[in-house]
Design a protein around this ligand. Structure first.
Ligand code: C2E
Ligand code: MG
Ligand code: MG
Ligand code: MG
Length: 277
């Protein structure tokens, strides 16, 4: 742990470090509490087909509520969960909750919806991850293709053979696999070809800048081309405006996701949204 030594030899934490420690401890406590007291929830954000104007899949995004039912952002608590090791229990909760939801949707008009969960790289180091996921899927009487997993480039590209095996096992069973936040990691395209993936999700930062910046536009175009050349589906994240929707359509992307279509919503709003879409 970083610390500074005072002139009398006492060690003290700088206010900044102290803040971070308190913050870290608070969030860890919150997550432990949430795991045991129903404080976790999945929100669902539809992924929109640009060719058929429909949605066959949703991304499941984890929400964590504190005592005052205020949500804490996963951008804050996921890194803490990864650092503290709680990500394994949380990850299992997510797998279970996604399958439970799919099973609840089974006898409804949403019976064909796929749900994509986010996996953290740390989960992938568990050699039983794939079998655990597939076991959960079958325990809920679901088909593997109803589930998808998303991993960022660095999480997959940095992985060794046994981690790639986990993904291969999932893909062979029919689980949909996509690379999240594509373009932001240090990935080699050669590697992308070797990986068992079905699609890429281009990070929203590229779209955000592509409208003004010709370099970002060129990169987006290249990513779409590479994705398609490798037989992968291409989704663009963070579509917020009509112009952006037009742009991603013109670029030939297959899917889009963003606030323009829908914000992440509770499970009981999904049917209504998709029926009216
Ligand atoms: P992500 O997987 O890239 O998820 C997309 C994020 O972008 C979500 O943020 C979503 O609400 C947000 N988003 C969607 N459309 C738009 C848009 O049009 N504009 C803007 N500005 N944002 C948009 P969220 O829910 O806060 O999640 C943040 C990150 O936390 C996720 O990024 C993912 O990396 C992580 N995360 C969320 N749930 C889980 C989980 O269950 N497990 C793990 N390991 N990570 C998760
Ligand atoms: Mg994601
Ligand atoms: Mg993303
Ligand atoms: Mg992400």
């Amino acid at each position: 742990q970083a610390k500074e030594t005072g002139k009398n030899g006492l060690c003290f934490y700088t206010p900044d470090i102290n803040d971070r420690l308190v913050h870290y401890q608070e969030i860890t406590n919150l997550l432990r509490e949430a795991l045991t007291n129903d404080g976790l929830e999945l929100a669902f954000q539809p992924q929109i087909s640009l060719t058929e104007r429909k949605s066959d899949s949703c991304e499941a995004l984890l929400r964590c509520f504190n005592g005052q039912s205020r949500a804490v952002s996963p951008a804050v608590f996921i890194p803490v969960a990864e650092k503290s090791g709680l990500i394994n229990r949380i990850g299992e909760w997510v797998i279970e909750a996604a399958c439970k939801q799919l099973s609840a949707w089974k006898k409804t008009p949403l019976s064909n919806l796929r749900v994509d969960i986010n996996l953290s790289g740390r989960q992938l180091t568990n050699p039983h991850l794939a079998s655990h996921i597939l076991e959960t899927v079958s325990r809920y009487n679901l088909e593997p293709h109803q589930l998808g997993v998303e991993l960022t480039e660095n999480e997959v590209f940095g992985s060794d053979e046994s981690q790639t095996k986990q993904l291969e096992k999932l893909k062979q069973a029919g689980v949909h696999i996509s690379i999240d936040d594509f373009g932001t990691g240090h990935s080699s395209l050669v590697y992308l070809r070797k990986l068992p993936v079905c699609g890429i999700k281009i990070d929203r930062s590229f779209l955000k800048h592509a409208m003004q910046n010709s370099a970002d536009m060129a990169i987006m175009k290249a990513m779409v081309t590479v994705g398609h050349s490798l037989g992968l589906s291409v989704l663009v994240e963070g579509v917020e405006t009509d112009e952006q929707a037009q742009l991603v359509t013109d670029l030939g992307c297959d899917f889009a996701q963003g606030f323009l279509y829908a914000k992440p919503m509770p499970a009981n709003k999904v049917a209504e949204f998709l029926a009216s879409f």
